[in-house]
Design a binder for this molecule. Structure first.
Ligand code: FO1
Length: 314
């Protein structure tokens, strides 16, 4: 297509960041904006932690630890060892190098910059061309409801390793940042991609912000979601477990129903090609397992091609 085409992606942490990496590499520099979930954010040991933003920054800059999925490669842990010796809380791991990011973020926020400005400055220093946009500049925490009461997100996810049964989720309702609304209203926007992050834990906190879903619907650009399921299972993390606990069949039909009215197309994995015929919207069947950088870029190219097809057919 001619002219500068801009793409907005909605992303949580690990799975979403992989596709964002592919999109960033497949598109001209600066054409990608990633709206990132901050429902997982919390203050820990006095430091402002934004796990999904961190994962995006580390993944897009190539600094990420691919085995762990979060944090930096080549990390050392002297801070955690010392913290433990001093009797500090050690359920949430902060590597020595990672720590610098949280300390610096805290100092920048304390100096009066908002989270959008801080993230843009950090991304620039890390050599990232894409715009990494926190969904909101205000806290909008996700609470996980369990039979024993509501848990803060990181207590559920990291401390309790997603073991409690999820009976419901409560999302914050902070205002989307002006940069997020501007990215969605950009006349050059050629497509919106909902990354294969957990729809309930990572994408819903973004969609729950007032005006956000409306902005997606108001855009003339097509919206596609990439299913987080492969062969009826979640690639990583608790998506399948949560779907079952919420009483939903772990199928692409459930993913399509979840995003109904919002998406114009769904990308599903080859292992689930049999689902395609029964889905009530355009479907692209692709290799969605992003086990290396080449696969991330290849999937991104297919997703962009799918968006082109939907735009031409509109
Ligand atoms: N995830 C873990 O499973 N254990 C950790 O100790 C942990 C520490 C951590 C520190 C900084 C950061 O940016 C992320 C961190 N994560 C950790 C990942 C993160 O909490 C989750 O993967 C996300 O919130 C879910 O998207």
């Amino acid at each position: 297509m001619s002219g500068p085409r801009k793409i907005v992606a909605l992303s949580g942490g690990v799975g979403g960041a992989k596709l964002a990496f592919g999109l960033d590499r497949a598109l001209p520099a600066g054409a990608l904006s990633v709206i990132v979930n901050t429902g997982d954010d919390f203050t820990h040991l006095g430091l402002p932690i934004s796990p999904d933003i961190d994962t995006l920054l580390y993944t897009l800059s190539g600094l990420n630890d691919t085995r762990r999925g979060w944090g930096r490669a080549g990390e050392s842990w002297a801070f955690m060892e010392t913290l433990r010796e001093l009797g500090g809380e050690d359920w949430f791991q902060l590597g020595d190098r990672d720590l610098a990011l949280h300390v610096l973020r805290g100092a920048m926020l304390a100096s009066g910059q908002d989270l959008t400005q801080v993230t843009a400055a950090l991304a620039a220093r890390m050599g990232i061309a894409a715009k990494v946009l926190p969904m909101s500049d205000a806290p909008s925490p996700t609470l996980v409801e369990t039979p024993d009461g509501a848990l803060e997100f990181q207590r559920y996810f990291v401390e309790q390793r997603c073991a409690p049964v999820v009976t419901g989720l409560r999302h914050g309702a902070a205002a989307p940042s002006p940069a997020v609304l501007a990215a969605l209203a950009d006349p050059a926007l050629a497509g919106i991609v909902i990354c294969p992050s957990n729809p309930w834990l990572s994408i819903d906190p973004i969609l729950a912000l007032p005006g956000l879903s409306e902005a997606l619907r108001a855009s003339s650009a097509p919206v596609v979601a990439v299913s987080p399921l492969v062969g009826g299972q979640a690639v990583k993390g608790p998506t399948a477990k949560i779907m079952a606990e919420l009483g939903l069949p772990v199928t692409n039909a459930s993913i399509a129903a979840h995003y109904a009215g919002l998406i114009d197309g769904l990308v599903i994995d080859r292992a689930d090609a049999g689902d395609a015929g029964a889905l009530p919207l355009p479907v692209a069947v692709e290799e969605t397992l992003m086990t290396d950088d080449a696969r991330k870029i290849a999937l991104a190219g297919r997703v962009l091609g799918f968006l082109d097809t939907l735009r031409e057919g509109a």
